[in-house]
Design a protein around this ligand. Structure first.
Ligand code: KG4
Ligand code: ZN
Length: 375
C-alpha cells in the first residue's frame, strides 16, 4: 500500500515542507515547497536566530497550505518533522506545526533527527536499492562535518513486527495526547549509534573545530563575497588562472580520520593581512579562493579515503550543503576511481536542492523508521 508523509524541516534558515511517498521501492517527492531566508540574514553575514524563528513562524502555514487542501492532508499517513539538532526556536516552529496538524487530523507525528536526514538524503528520488551496506557517509555543511557508518542490523521479522505493533498500540492508547515516535538523543558523540528502522548509524568522526561550510562562508567574507559563500568561492575558484596555487597547506595525522578546517581559515586570514592589506584584484581573490578550496577538499578526500580503506564500504555518500561543490564531487570521484571503483559506489544527493536543508530527506527517514521492505 502506498504510504505518504507530510515532511517539515525548519532547523536553520530554510522553511521547507513536502509530501514524500514510497512507491515501488522508490522514494518519490510528490511536492516540495520552501522559503529560503538567505536574503534576510545576508546583511548580517550569518544566520540571526531571532529573525530565523520569526520568519519560520511567518511562512510555515502558507507553505503547508501550498501543498494542497484538506483532501491532500487526509491522504497523509504520517507527519515527519525535524526535531533536533538545530536552532531551538526554529525547531519549535516546525514541531508545533506538526503537532497542530496532528491535533486537527489525528495523523501520527514522527520526530526525525536532522543529521539522519542528510545521511539518507542520497535516497531522495532514488530507489532503496541504490544504497548498499555498509554505507559510509560524510556530512559536510555549515553546521556539521561528520563521518558516519550505516549498517544493516540483523532484525528478525518477529522483532520488527513487535516493535511496530507496540508503536501502533501506543498510538491508539494515547490518542488523547500528542503522540510521537522520537529518537532519544539530540547529538551523537563520536562512537555513539542511533537506530533508524533496521539501520544502525554510528558516528565515526567529526571535525575537531569548524565545519567545512562554515570556513567557506568565513573565507568568502574575508574576500568580500556574499553570505553564504560556498557557491561563490566555487565560482571564484573556477576563474583562477593558476590552476594549482598552493598558498595554503593541510596537515594530516595518519592514525585518525582527522578533519580540521580552522587552521586553513587562519592561513587565509594571515595571508590576506600580509600580502593584501589594501585592495585585492579579482585575480588575487580567485587564486586565494582556488587554493583555499583545494586545501579543504584535500582534507575531506584524505579523511574519506582513509575510512574507505579501513571499512571497505559498499556505498559511499557525500551529503550536506558543501556536497554541491563541483570540484569536491570531481576530486572524490577520481579518488574512488583510483582506489576501489568496483567495491564502492559514490553517491551525492540527486539534486542540488537535496544537498542543502530540505524536507524531502526528512520524509525519507520517516519511511526508514517505520517500514522495512526487504522481505
Ligand atoms: O546543509 P546546509 O544547507 O545547512 C547546514 O545544515 O549548515 O549547508 C549550508 C552550507 C553553507 O556553509 C554553504 O556555504 C555551503 O553549504 N555550500 C557550499 C556550496 N553550496 C553551499 N560550499 C561549497 N561549495 C558549494 N557549491
Ligand atoms: Zn543541514
Amino acid at each position: 500500500m502506498l504510504q505518504r508523509t507530510l515532511a517539515i524541516e525548519t532547523s536553520c534558515d530554510d522553511t521547507s515542507v513536502g509530501i514524500v511517498s514510497f512507491d515501488w521501492q522508490h522514494f518519490v517527492v510528490e511536492k516540495l515547497v520552501a522559503f529560503s531566508q538567505i536574503a534576510l540574514h545576508q546583511q548580517y553575514g550569518g544566520v540571526v536566530p531571532e529573525l530565523a524563528y520569526r520568519s519560520h513562524a511567518d511562512k510555515i502555514v502558507r507553505l503547508v497550505e501550498e501543498l494542497g487542501g484538506t483532501e491532500i492532508q487526509k491522504s497523509i499517513d504520517f507527519i515527519s518533522v525535524t526535531a533536533y539538532p538545530g536552532l531551538p526556536g526554529a525547531l519549535v516552529v516546525g514541531v508545533t506545526a506538526a503537532h497542530t496538524l496532528w491535533a486537527s487530523r489525528w495523523i501520527p507525528v514522527i520526530e526525525v533527527n536532522h543529521i539522519m536526514g542528510h545521511v539518507f538524503s542520497v535516497l531522495v528520488e532514488r530507489s532503496l536499492a541504490a544504497l548498499q551496506f555498509p554505507y559510509l557517509c560524510l556530512t559536510v555543511s555549515g553546521g556539521h562535518n561528520d563521518l558516519y557508518l550505516v549498517e544493516l542490523r540483523a532484525t528478525t521479522k518477529e522483532q520488527w513486527a513487535k516493535k511496530l505493533t507496540s508503536k501502533h498500540e501506543q498510538w491508539i492508547q494515547d490518542s488523547e495526547k500528542t503522540i510521537s515516535w522520537r529518537h532519544k538523543r539530540m547529538h551523537l558523540a563520536v562512537g555513539e549509534s542511533l537506530e533508524v528502522g533496521i539501520y544502525t548509524v554510528t558516528k565515526l568522526w567529526q571535525t575537531v573545530d569548524d565545519a567545512a561550510g562554515e570556513v567557506f562562508d568565513k573565507v568568502a567574507r574575508m574576500l568580500g563575497g556574499p553570505y553564504p559563500g560556498g557557491a561563490w568561492i566555487g565560482q571564484m575558484a573556477d576563474t583562477a588562472r593558476a590552476k594549482d596555487p598552493t598558498l595554503f597547506g593541510t596537515k594530516f595525522i595518519d592514525d585518525v580520520y582527522t578533519m580540521s578546517f580552522s587552521g586553513i581559515k587562519s592561513q587565509v586570514h594571515t595571508y590576506i593581512e600580509k600580502h593584501h592589506s589594501g585592495q585585492m584584484t579579482q585575480e588575487q581573490k580567485a587564486e586565494i579562493a582556488r587554493s583555499f578550496q583545494d586545501a579543504v577538499i584535500k582534507t575531506l578526500c584524505r579523511t574519506l579515503k582513509r575510512a574507505i580503506n579501513t571499512i571497505v564500504p559498499a556505498s559511499v555518500g557525500i551529503v550536506g550543503g558543501v556536497s554541491a561543490n563541483k570540484r569536491l564531487q570531481m576530486q572524490s570521484m577520481e579518488m574512488i576511481a583510483a582506489s576501489a571503483p568496483d567495491k564502492n559506489v559514490l553517491l551525492f544527493p540527486e539534486k542540488l536542492v537535496y544537498c542543502t536543508d530540505n524536507a524531502a530527506m526528512i520524509g525519507v527517514v520517516w519511511h526508514l523508521m517505520t517500514h522495512r521492505n526487504d522481505w
